[in-house]
Design a binder for this molecule. Sequence first.
Ligand SMILES: [Zn+2]
Length: 176
Amino acid sequence: MIDKISIERINSLHPKIRDIVGNIYVDEVSKVLGVDTFCRIAYGLRTFKEQNELYSLGRTKLFSPNGKRLGIVTNAKAGQSFHNYGLAWDIVLIRNVQGKQSAVYETAVDFDKDGVSDWLEVARCFKKINAEWGGDWKGKLYDAPHFQITFGRTWKNLLELKRSGNVIVGTEYPII
Ligand SMILES: [Zn+2]
């Protein structure tokens, strides 16, 4: 299934990867799972402001508006994540049963019973466009929802480009 919210988020990605991610999403990712499961892009571009807000959770911002204790969710400050340049996206699988949607974070599930976990099926599609998958990273780095295409850049490179004004005219995307 092609998910509209996901398409909007793909449209927030860096122009250099937007079309290839969009095409693989429409042509393959949207078709690889069973009829009652689909892949949602949970996050594309994250602005510097949004990154700092995320960084503050569990550090300077300790409680949610309804009084829930907040934990640390990221070690990246503004500029230190590939999401901040539109070069990373996160996914979640959504299960749609009898009109009720629920997120699936368990990566071993195989709802379409084809012998390959649904998360891995999605990862294989994105790897065809040379995306790196956080699910392949070991130990502390392991990040199953995360994909990125960095063109060999580090966040420091990208931050430097942005700071020195090497951005696509009218945007905040660094020229790479
Ligand atoms: Zn991510």
